[in-house]
Design a protein around this ligand. Structure first.
Ligand code: TXA
Ligand code: MG
Length: 323
């Protein structure tokens, strides 16, 4: 049995926040909560710490990292010129779940940007994240705190499961507020385009027309995937009684609920609420719960139509075993 080497820190204690900041300043990796998902922090000016992120996560070197700052003002040190209108200072969404990509200042390391001349920046609104970055006194780079390709972590338990033996500490901020990642907008394109739909679209926000959801270097590979052999969509009319044994079902409709009540052979089922915000918040938790069960098949009920579900549809689509 492996002994957990990483410390669970309590962000309500200043002493623990300081321990986390000191570890980061010493070139170590620390997981911390944001309003979207947990991030894995390294000091943005320490190249060997940044390289550790890639090896610990088994992340391809070409997949760049988001730089996180504690204030809008600090982001100005990262861009080569001010953000264009109407995105100046985060367009009203900072602090919050929006990541903006623009041309980088020369001193932003190419290790962060995957060799590109553009940098992704975000100002998280989570208070623990803000305090941590302030104590570090410099921006931190932070991908989601999970092994590459696996679901993002929305609780400490998820971080421990995939990275617990490989990192020094986790700041325990409980369940993340939103549960899926930030919206990413590329401002180097004119007009700007969405590279990753995220939290902002859950509110049906449509502040940009164009999108290219496969436009980021890390977006093409299979992603967000629980370790279950077969994952596929099912529709509400599927005959649940005829699903193979060792099946799990993730669903949200009352229609499927009623069907499940009538089925003799009860598959393992998790119901999420039929609301984009609530569904998103518990999606990755549900994935990690299904992993604990002895199932070979995970069936996911088709989502309702409508733009407010697009970010979630994106995450599930990328997690399927065949598309
Ligand atoms: O909500 C979030 O954004 C979370 C929390 C921790 O802040 N972070 C997160 O990071 O989701 P990560 O590394 O798991 O996903 C970042 C995505 C990747 O798809 C990456 O390819 C893209 O952002 N990205 C980062 N920098 C980029 C750049 N310079 N150009 C294009 N895409 C970039
Ligand atoms: Mg990620």
């Amino acid at each position: 049995m492996s002994v957990l080497s990483c410390k669970i820190l309590d962000p309500k204690k200043l002493k623990d926040l300081q321990i986390a900041a000191n570890l980061i300043l010493a070139g170590e990796l620390v997981a911390f909560p944001t309003e979207t998902v947990y991030g894995l922090a390294a000091l943005s000016t320490n190249e060997s710490a940044i390289k550790k992120i890639y090896s610990v996560k088994k992340r391809p070197h070409y997949n760049p990292l988001i730089v996180h700052t504690s204030s809008k003002e600090e982001t100005r040190n990262l861009y080569a010129s001010p953000l264009p209108q109407p995105f100046f200072d985060g367009g009203g969404y900072w602090p919050g779940p929006l990541t903006l990509i623009y041309y980088k200042k020369e001193d932003v390391s190419p290790i962060i940007t995957g060799g590109s001349n553009k940098v992704a920046v975000r100002v998280p609104s989570n208070k623990i994240a803000q305090k941590l970055i302030k104590l570090v006194g410099a921006p931190i780079v932070a991908p989601s705190a999970n092994l590459s390709g696996r679901p993002s972590s929305t609780t400490v338990e998820h971080v421990i499961k995939t990275l617990g033996s490989k990192i020094k500490a986790i700041l325990d901020g409980g369940l993340c507020k939103y549960g899926i990642e930030s919206t990413i907008v590329d401002l180097t394109k004119n007009p700007a385009i969405i590279l990753r739909r995220g939290v902002l679209e859950l509110g049906n926000l449509n502040f940009i027309d164009g999108n290219n959801p496969d436009g980021s270097p890390g977006r093409l590979d299979r992603h967000y995937a629980p370790s279950i052999s077969n994952i596929a969509w099912i529709s509400t009319i599927t005959d649940i009684a005829n699903l193979p044994p060792n099946s799990g079902i993730l669903y949200h409709s009352s229609h499927l609920f009623e069907k499940l009540q009538k089925t003799k052979l009860k598959p393992n089922a998790i119901k999420l609420l039929n609301s984009p915000y609530f569904y998103a918040k518990y999606l990755f938790s549900a994935f990690y719960e299904f992993e604990k069960l002895d199932i070979n098949f995970l069936w996911i009920e088709q989502l309702p139509s409508g733009n407010a579900w697009d970010s979630i549809r994106d995450r599930i689509r990328r997690s399927l075993t065949s598309k």
